[in-house]
Write a protein that binds this ligand. Structure first.
Ligand SMILES: C[S@@+](CC[C@H](N)C(=O)[O-])C[C@H]1O[C@@H](n2cnc3c(N)ncnc32)[C@H](O)[C@@H]1O
Length: 263
């Protein structure tokens, strides 16, 4: 098996943030959600399994910029970098200014563009020179009318050409972008297995241009590997819970430890 194939099937666990970072991101996200739920689209950032699965749809070895739409506090960005995408290839389009500041601090080598992703052509006009290889979107598409979603995909494929792929997650079961409009097919749509280890569970859709010659391939063992990791993930969560409890209620935690020693 070639080195490249090995890389494509490997699921990186990715760098793990400290518990403080993660709680900070959750708090920021909830604040933004309370201010504008339609813009935030979710009450918490995407979990690691969803972020990793999104990143897995991108070829890290390719050329051209990778555009991320709605990066928020950056879980998918981090997963893309862990997958091997060079940070210099990343162009992050985010509407919310406070997220832009945070992203600039977390990912100093990526390009941060504050703007409206639904006006993609204009928003990216002064920021990219080459054709993007892929667009990875966490935009809450279902809060927008269908015509706006279709316009976004049209702009995306105008920018990427026929080889590009548009990767989107949704909490719905159906594709958030209809492939058939007025009887004519615009995009090829592939739906991947649901990511149950996310709250709420999510599904990833990969769109390609109708003239794209390449099939979108997910490594067949990917979901198995994700499930295998779920056990480890459960243990990690327990460890983190204990750590948080020890910090928030040190006496209760000591009492528990000594209780467990004596039992
Ligand atoms: C569901 S959150 C996803 C955040 C992050 N990628 C994650 O997975 O946790 C949607 C993000 O899209 C951003 N967003 C919403 N509408 C946007 C728009 N028109 N242009 C750019 N970003 C937008 C929100 O500010 C938010 O950060």
């Amino acid at each position: 098996m070639s080195a490249q194939k090995n890389q494509a099937t490997k699921i990186h666990s990715g760098p793990r943030n400290s518990i403080d970072d993660r709680l900070g991101d959750e708090a920021r996200f909830i604040r933004r959600w309370l201010e504008n739920p339609r813009l935030a689209g979710a009450i918490t950032p995407s979990g690691r399994f969803l972020a990793r699965a999104m990143a897995h749809c991108v070829d890290p070895a390719g050329d051209g910029p990778i555009i991320e739409l709605g990066p928020g506090t950056g879980p998918v960005t981090q997963a893309l970098i862990a997958r091997g995408v060079a940070p210099e290839r990343l162009v992050l389009v985010e509407y919310e200014p406070s997220f832009c500041h945070l992203l600039a601090k977390k990912f100093p080598r990526a390009k941060i563009v504050r703007g409206d992703a639904y006006r993609l052509r204009d928003t990216l006009a002064d920021h990219i020179e080459d054709r993007p290889a892929a667009i990875v979107s966490s935009l809450p598409l279902l809060t927008k009318p269908e015509v706006a979603r279709l316009s976004l995909l049209r702009q995306a494929f105008d920018l990427m050409g026929t080889d590009g792929r548009f990767i989107q997650f949704t909490y719905g079961v159906k594709s958030p972008v209809p492939a058939h409009v007025g009887g004519s097919l615009h995009f090829k749509t592939q739906s991947l297995a649901p990511i149950w280890l996310n709250l709420p569970p999510a599904r990833i859709f990969v769109y390609r241009h109708v003239d794209c010659p390449h099939a979108v391939e997910m490594p067949p063992d990917m979901i198995d590997k994700l499930l295998q990791q779920s056990r480890r993930f459960g243990l990690e969560i327990r460890g983190e819970f204990e750590e948080a409890r020890a910090r928030l209620a040190p006496n209760a935690s000591k009492a528990n430890i000594s209780k467990s020693r004596h039992s």
